[in-house]
Design a binder for this molecule. Structure first.
Ligand code: SAH
Length: 262
């Protein structure tokens, strides 16, 4: 007689905190001296041969006044030309703090969300970190930023159309340390494991066991996750030598983590 299907192993959290003050409380605006380096104002990039560095510097300066406190993330955001990842019709909005459609019903995350996730990821770590995994490549923007924070980035996307688009978007950056993978991110990407950090850009009902398994000891996972009906929160999981420690942070709204490829 067939065995009944075995129950998936239950995750054992060493500790769980809700809105951990140490890492999750929204911070009071911090004005840093560096912000003064950036010229105020500045028009959106337009036309061919655009010089977007000024508008990008303004975007990053705004993020810093809103509490971005990681110099490594600031520097990485300054390097990546976000306008190259959005449709040409949306180029004027590329440096606003807004999510934008990237096709196939998906969106590029708001710069403040990318900054928040990546600041959590690098907190307390030496940059460049080791290998990072991103679930949900989308247009490839966040992967490009992560490429400046780590030695290697593996980014997985389930939609072929977006996987191909991200590849084309990333080509001008010539970043050999960014590896794009087509597949279902529920399974992570074992070939690159263990990861110093894992970031998900799409939220499911639970953190897949594969992500926890593929996290290095000392590594951190940052992912949106459903914690109740219609309630998604940012979750941080630290893998310590003793086990996993989970923190539930602020409410967020990410696209759903879907199964299979398309
Ligand atoms: N980081 C992206 C954000 C993309 S939006 C950027 O910078 O643009 C989230 C992406 O997650 C979408 O492209 C969606 O197709 C993808 N996604 C959803 N479920 C997935 C899964 N199981 N595996 C891989 N990608 C997934």
């Amino acid at each position: 007689m067939a065995e009944p299907p075995s129950k998936p192993p239950e995750k054992k959290w060493l500790a769980t905190s809700v809105r951990s003050a140490a890492i999750g409380t929204p911070r009071a605006p911090v004005v840093r001296p560096q912000a003064k380096l950036y010229a105020p104002g500045g028009a959106a990039p337009t036309g061919a041969g655009l010089d977007s560095s000024r508008v990008r510097a303004n975007m990053v300066a705004r993020l810093m006044t809103q509490g971005l406190d990681s110099e490594a993330v600031r520097d990485a955001l300054l390097k990546v030309e976000r306008h190259r990842f959005v449709d040409s019709a949306l180029i004027n909005q590329a440096y606003e703090d807004t999510s934008l459609p990237i096709g196939l019903g998906q969106t590029i995350s708001k710069p403040s969300v990318v900054a928040r996730m990546l600041a959590l990821l690098v907190a307390g770590q030496t940059v460049p970190m080791g290998r990072l995994l991103e679930i949900g490549t989308g247009c490839g923007y966040q992967a490009a930023v992560m490429g400046y924070l780590s030695k290697e980035v593996y980014s997985i996307e389930r939609l072929k159309g977006l996987h191909d688009r991200a590849r084309a978007n990333l080509r001008p950056f010539q970043r050999p340390n960014i590896h794009l993978i087509m597949g279902d991110g529920h399974l992570g990407y074992p070939a690159g494991a263990p990861y110093a950090g894992i970031v998900a850009a799409a939220g499911g009902d639970a953190i897949p066991q594969a992500w926890l398994d593929q996290l290095a000891i000392g590594g951190r996972l940052v992912a949106p996750c459903q914690i109740g009906p219609g309630q998604q929160r940012l979750i941080v999981v630290d893998r310590t030598p003793e086990g996993y420690v989970k923190h539930e942070l602020e409410a967020v709204l990410f696209v759903p983590l879907k199964s299979g490829v398309a």
